[in-house]
Design a protein around this ligand. Structure first.
Ligand SMILES: [Ca+2]
Ligand SMILES: [Ca+2]
Ligand SMILES: [Ca+2]
Ligand SMILES: [Ca+2]
Length: 293
């Protein structure tokens, strides 16, 4: 074993760490090398079947980026997909909004004890009457600084497609975004009654894809943890679609401001591991120093 490890030069290890896979950011995980799901839905959706459902979470770290995919969809009535990312030491044990988009309606949400996010992302889409066109928007909030980068109409007048969130107050680099709402399978619509068909959930290939620069997440090493929930348009009434999933069988979470994920069985987050190539470089040692509260 020793010979094997020392036989890999630092240069080779760096090359491995810097090699991004050939991901096409189009809202489909097909052919992108995401590997197995990091979390699979446990409950049929309590919102709309094939409208608001989170089937599974995928991700990997490569080339200085977090590659994240969540299969399913969020309804085009400006329901929200809430995504929190825990990529560093510190962060929030209890959610306090950066002040954007009415997210303060979730203030007081208690996260799992092993999950302390620094970042909150909101994804929403629908028909904007003022603009008289469809749009797809994304907010990226740094919960430590309360800076927010927002990008409206990411795909022009389409609800789906590929686009880029340009650097803003909370981000120094582009965020690449792909969204495909074509899923018609996955979990069913019997939320609160039926457990999810996890084989069907894991078979869904389309949904949201994000590519986020690690520096914008405050990442120094170790794994990255992600939590996702489908919420109402005013952030005030959440579905049962979380990743990781809720206990079987769960219905709406309703107001997240009074929800305590630490008191709900299981992890309402999923883990994207540190790549082996980073660990080889010794960054794994750094990771040991940043254990979460
Ligand atoms: Ca893709
Ligand atoms: Ca479905
Ligand atoms: Ca943290
Ligand atoms: Ca929990």
């Amino acid at each position: 074993m020793k010979g094997l490890v020392t036989g890999i030069s630092a240069v080779a290890a760096l090359a491995m760490a810097g090699t991004a896979q050939a991901v096409v950011v189009d809202g489909s995980i097909a052919g992108d090398g995401y590997g197995a799901a990091r979390a699979v839905q446990t409950n049929e959706t309590s919102f709309g079947d094939n409208l608001s459902e989170l089937n599974a979470g995928y991700g990997f770290i490569a080339g200085g980026k977090l590659h994240l995919a969540i299969t399913g969809q969020v309804e085009n009535n400006f329901n929200k997909m809430e995504i929190w990312i825990d990529a560093a030491a510190g962060g929030q044990a209890i959610f306090a909004s950066a002040g954007n988009d009415g997210a303060a309606n979730m203030n007081g949400l208690v996260f799992d004890t092993a999950f302390t996010p620094e970042t909150h992302i909101i994804v929403r889409n629908g028909f904007d009457g003022g603009l008289a066109q469809n749009k797809f928007d994304l907010d990226f909030a740094n919960l430590l600084t309360t800076a927010v980068t927002s990008q409206f109409s990411l795909f022009g007048n389409s609800l789906t497609g590929s686009g880029t969130v340009l650097p803003g107050p909370a981000t120094a680099s582009n965020i690449d975004v792909g969204y495909d709402n074509s899923n018609v399978l996955g979990v069913g619509g019997g939320g609160g009654v039926n457990a999810a068909d996890q084989v069907a959930a894991a078979a869904v290939q389309t949904g949201l894809e994000l590519v986020i620069d690690l520096a914008d997440l405050g990442y120094l090493g170790g794994d990255i943890r992600v939590s996702a929930v489908v919420n109402s348009g005013d952030h005030g009434f959440a579905s049962n679609q979380t990743l990781g999933g809720l206990p079987i069988v769960s219905s709406h979470l309703a107001g997240l401001s009074t929800v305590d994920f630490s008191g709900i069985a299981g992890d309402q987050f999923f883990v994207i591991p540190e790549p082996a190539s980073l660990a080889l470089l010794g960054l794994g040692g750094l990771a040991m120093l940043r254990r979460r509260a």
